[in-house]
Write a protein that binds this ligand. Structure first.
Ligand code: BGC
Length: 568
């Protein structure tokens, strides 16, 4: 490691654990704010809203692809990895975004979509036209579409095969996603070099991390599933080694829609570390299942499963993102139940999931929105918010595919919800004007004006979380309860004493999914005799009994975060 290499991006305080404390916010450049009236969100617009994000308490932005692209998959079809799509702005504006974010102690994480490119990428054009040329081997070509038959199809709504025939080269090419997204050939070392150069390009511009899109799918083999094959892990370990060597302090986040014991492999080992973070896919649908079934059992089982995220790494927890709410990680029985509750109109479904936003999923019920967020902010890992969910934005299921929940951010009750001054017909997608979620009612300005709005509530809960490093750094222990509707766990942190407020702490978190008030007795092992106080208002609660038992009553769909004092 070079002695001159900074341990973090310039201008930011050194904190090797920043990703474990951070509140992340996913924001699509196209959807947030249009600065020049062309109907499309852009980097300058996003820059103009950094004060809002700072006020909300956001520590890091995750930007889905904003690169040159035909936009046939929301930008996940990249045509040039190092160019900004002109309607979004310029590299100079991106640099300005990084600087202005860093000035606010906010980090920038970008998407690295390396499993595939757009078929418009010059590499693919060269590859199909000149099989013997320098790019001939950049993609996975075959004379037959019979290979790798054990590999599942991901976009089941649109694709029938992972192979597509190219009439120019007169061969089949491999694609795990849309057929206009050919997979790169990672067997080719030149592809590795290209990707490393892309990473260096953005790291040199100051980005603080990369979300590794669709990362399990890099390699496929005869008889394999095409997911998490050993060379895929070897490649990530090589990428991590380069980051640690050349850009220490920057992070890698794995997007692997798999079970925790599989996802955990993306953290790597002590000898061969891979990612700093990985999204926790299985826990998310179980939150939604608990809300409707009024049963905490399945969520509890999932959380109790011993999954070791190695020292220094973190899960990324989320309720919604720019994709469908995936139901791949639940059993068929649960999936059908969830379709019945949350996607009763077939139009609400996409692939193996549900293409709706958080507020409509929860039928705009304030108690459920609060309960879901309370879980998001207290489960082990760092929370990822999806833009607009902090104001309870609605969706538009009449739009195709996942565009249903990618509509313009609603800032004001004015034209185009304050997102753009363009002619409304010119917007990249229409603003939501449905009965319940019309931008007249659901917008930042009006929620700022109401002290009890969802926006103020979310901001408050973020700040309470941030005042307690235990939520980011501590362990979790699920506790036994005598009520199936109630989930209880304790977050514990030994403290290092090195940061302000970084002292030993225990927090008892209790959630009731019942649709009516309940009473519950919790066996709070390890907290025998501890005094309790509410983390929001500070009010004292009855202490835990000397036998470790604690009886509480909870209103319908409600929760407590209780700080536990030392035993009396
Ligand atoms: C992204 C999707 C995208 C897919 C193909 C995913 O994992 O989140 O939005 O369609 O990768 O790139």
């Amino acid at each position: 490691m070079s002695f001159t290499a900074p341990l973090t991006t310039p201008g930011l305080a050194l904190d090797p654990h920043w990703h474990r404390r951070a509140v992340f916010y996913e924001v699509m450049v196209r959807s947030f704010m249009d600065s020049n009236g062309d109907g499309i969100g852009d980097l300058a617009g996003l820059i103009s809203k950094l004060d809002y994000l700072q006020w909300l308490g956001v520590d890091a932005l995750w930007l889905p692809p904003f690169f040159e692209s035909p936009l046939r998959d929301g930008g996940y079809d990249v045509a040039d990895y190092t160019a900004v799509l002109p309607e979004f702005g310029t590299i100079e504006q991106f640099r300005e975004l990084v600087t202005k974010a860093h000035e606010r102690n906010m980090r920038i994480v970008i998407d690295l979509v390396i499993n595939h490119t757009s078929d418009q990428h010059p590499w693919f054009q060269a590859s199909r036209e000149d099989p013997q040329g320098p790019y001939g081997d950049y993609y996975v070509w075959s004379d037959t579409d019979e290979k790798y038959q054990d590999v599942r199809i991901i976009f089941v709504d649109t694709e029938e095969s992972n192979w597509a025939f190219d009439p120019v080269r007169r061969q089949f090419y491999w694609h795990r996603f849309f057929s206009h997204q050919p997979d790169l050939n990672f067997e080719n070392p030149k592809v590795h070099d290209e990707i490393f150069d892309v990473v260096r390009f953005w790291a040199d511009l100051g980005v603080d991390g990369f979300r590794l899109d669709a990362i399990p799918y890099l390699y496929e083999s005869d008889g394999g599933t095409g997911e998490s094959e050993p060379p895929t892990h070897a490649f990530i370990a090589k990428l991590r080694a380069m980051i640690d060597e050349e850009y220490p302090g920057r992070i890698l986040i794995a997007e692997a829609n798999q079970w925790p014991h599989e996802v955990v492999e993306f953290f790597g080992t002590d000898e061969q570390p891979e990612c700093h973070m990985a999204f926790d896919f299985p826990v998310m649908p179980r939150i939604f299942y608990a809300l409707r079934s009024q049963q905490a059992t399945e969520l509890e089982r999932q959380l109790s499963e011993e999954v070791h995220a190695p020292e220094g790494s973190a899960w990324g927890v989320f309720l919604r993102n720019h994709d469908e709410l995936t139901l791949e990680m639940v059993s068929e029985e649960y999936r059908q139940a969830m379709y019945g509750w949350y996607a009763y109109d077939p139009r609400m479904r996409a692939n193996v999931g549900i293409r709706r936003r958080l507020a409509p999923l929860l039928d705009n019920a304030r108690s459920e929105l609060e309960l879901a967020h309370a879980l998001l902010f207290s489960l082990p890992g760092s929370p990822f918010l999806y833009y607009g969910d902090e104001i309870g934005m609605g969706d538009n299921i009449w739009l195709p595919d996942r565009d249903s929940s990618r509509t313009p951010m609603q800032w004001t009750p004015d034209r185009n919800a304050g997102f753009s001054t363009a002619d409304p017909g010119k917007l990249y997608l229409p603003v939501v004007q449905s009965l319940v979620y019309h931008y007249n009612q659901i917008n930042v300005e009006s929620q700022l004006a109401q002290s009890r709005s969802l926006l103020h509530w979310v901001r408050n809960v973020i700040h309470v979380r941030k005042a307690h490093p235990t939520f980011g750094l501590g362990t979790m222990r699920v506790l036994r309860t005598d009520n199936e509707s109630v989930l209880a766990f304790v977050r514990e942190y030994a403290g290092t004493g090195t940061h302000l407020g970084d002292s030993a702490e225990r927090i008892l978190c209790v959630f009731s999914f019942a649709h009516n008030p309940v009473s519950v007795t919790i066996t709070a092992e390890g907290l025998e005799g501890a005094g309790l106080h509410d983390l929001f208002g500070g009010a004292p609660f009855p202490p835990v009994g000397d036998d470790g038992r604690l009886t509480l009553t909870l209103g319908s769909q409600s929760f407590f975060w209780l700080g536990a004092d030392a035993a009396r």
